[in-house]
Design a protein around this ligand. Structure first.
Ligand SMILES: Nc1ncnc2c1ncn2[C@@H]1O[C@H](COP(=O)(O)OP(=O)(O)OP(=O)(O)O)[C@@H](O)[C@H]1O
Length: 233
């Protein structure tokens, strides 16, 4: 579903990504770990088509992102550090805006269901600028899911969420994983990241330096491997 070959990114004189080869099958849940500044968010921004690669190839659902950006964007739901919410619109209006953009059928029903799922029904008619950070993050999750995209790209989605909301997101992710959505998750949290994933990557210094199937590895073993490989970069 997601393939990168020799993906590079240079900003100014700095070589951020140094040749990323990634293969994520349809329905696979992949978690990406790595130290600060490793290039994780840059990789995700390229997959989300928010920034262009300097070299290499990115295929989503078999199509090159350089040629099919507008079609491919519809297949992606993105949760990142940027909320992509309109501050002066209410929660409902934000979801309505994105839902209309993606021509979501039965939109009213979908918005009601999503606001309910993320626990924001009570604030449906409140403007986003009055929301706490965690409420904005809850709404960002609903926004990313409004068009039921087959691919979810998430950059530290648990940030700012309270314990209840973390549980809600975990539940949503496990439903998505079971309903054959493809997920690429960036996190620093081993417990959250390893629990649901089929493949775990460690990215450091602009390269993937380790991959494993976390189901075959104990949490503590992974932590040890992380310290070994990241310490060596
Ligand atoms: N717009 C930019 N201009 C210059 N340098 C940038 C830009 N965006 C990212 N970088 C640099 O690229 C490197 C990788 O950044 P990136 O945000 O991808 O790291 P990350 O692995 O997501 O880190 P973190 O875990 O801290 O979020 C960093 O050294 C960063 O300073």
């Amino acid at each position: 579903m997601i393939v990168t070959r020799g993906l590079t990114k240079k900003i100014g004189n700095k070589q951020i990504l140094k040749g990323i080869d990634l293969e994520i099958a349809s329905g696979e849940f992949v978690t990406c770990f790595g130290p600060n500044g490793a290039g994780k968010s840059t990789t995700l921004k390229i997959l989300a088509m928010l920034t262009k690669p300097s070299g290499g190839q990115v295929l989503i659902d078999g199509q090159d992102v350089r040629e099919n950006g507008s079609t491919l964007r519809r297949k992606i739901g993105l949760i990142s550090h940027h909320s992509f919410l309109y501050e002066n619109l209410t929660a409902w209006e934000n979801l309505e805006f994105y839902g209309r953009m993606y021509e979501v059928p039965n939109l009213k029903k979908r918005i009601t269901q999503l606001l309910n799922e993320v626990g924001l029904s009570f604030a449906a008619d409140d403007p986003v600028h009055s929301f706490s950070r965690g409420m904005q993050q809850r709404l960002s999750i609903a926004r990313a899911l409004v068009h039921n995209p087959p691919i979810l790209l998430m950059d530290e989605p648990y940030t700012g969420l309270d314990e209840i909301a973390k549980g809600v997101l975990k539940q949503i992710l496990s439903q998505l994983a079971q309903s054959s959505h493809t997920v690429f998750l960036i996190t620093h949290d081993f417990d959250q990241g390893l629990e649901q994933s089929d493949q775990a990557l460690i990215l450091a210094g602009g390269r993937i330096i380790y991959t494993c199937n976390p189901r075959r590895l104990q949490r503590e073993e992974f932590r040890q491997r992380y310290l070994e490989v990241v310490g060596g970069v």
